[in-house]
Design a protein around this ligand. Structure first.
Ligand code: 5GP
Length: 194
């Protein structure tokens, strides 16, 4: 998606070699006009599917998911972080290793809000090594619901996430795929670069 690629090139910042900071438009200060265009694009990509729920993980996925959900007219369910596995039987949980924080957290959703009849579209801001998405897929599997697709804003194509999700048979679509960002120079898989 050219618009998102332009935002990344003009405003994003590469830190520590493999982390892209997008605080200034995507996950701290949020550009709602951009999110709206992303919502339209995700609807164009997945609108032919029967979706009953959008699933994401707190915190940075929530804003994007809410805007996307408006185009599908379905609710957003976000997995909460830091839940405890043994708080009872009313949660589906999964352990997720955080690429940016370097720690493992348990994420969870209430069993009341994810049901076998749900058809779920996962939306997240980044795909790196795929742990967040795999955790969300595990929640869907535990509920006996159907995964319809995974929609990612920014995929770092040089990490292992895509391979893991494709191996699970996911319909994965990313709005911007970064092929490399060596030396802070961002190169997109579709040829756009900085
Ligand atoms: P994964 O679980 O695929 O390894 O990483 C995805 C999660 O880590 C996303 O939910 C996102 O919050 C965070 N993340 C991974 N890479 C980056 C990055 O380069 N920049 C930012 N801002 N977040 C990232």
């Amino acid at each position: 998606m050219k618009l998102l690629e332009d935002y990344i090139v003009n405003r994003g910042k590469v830190i520590d070699g493999d982390v892209l900071k997008v605080d200034m438009f995507l996950n701290h200060l949020i550009d709602v006009d951009l999110l709206n265009e992303m919502g339209k694009e995700f609807h164009r990509l997945f609108g032919n599917k029967k979706i009953t729920k959008i699933l994401t993980v707190e915190a940075s996925g929530i804003g994007i998911a809410c805007v996307v959900a408006q185009y599908f007219s379905v609710p957003v369910l976000f997995a909460k972080k830091g839940v405890h596995r043994n708080v009872g039987t009313d949660l589906y949980t999964a352990d997720v290793f955080s690429f940016t924080k370097g720690v493992t957290t348990t994420i969870g959703v209430s069993k009341n809000y994810l049901k076998p009849e749900d058809h779920v579209l996962i939306i997240d801001d980044f795909l790196a090594d795929g742990n967040a998405s795999l955790g969300l897929i595990s929640l869907i599997e535990q509920a006996g619901a159907t995964l319809e697709g995974v929609g990612i804003a920014v995929e770092k194509g040089f990490q292992s996430g895509r391979g893991k999700l494709l191996a699970k048979g996911c319909d994965l679509k990313s709005l911007a795929v970064i092929k490399s960002m060596d030396g802070g120079r961002i190169v997109f898989a579709d040829g756009e670069d900085s």
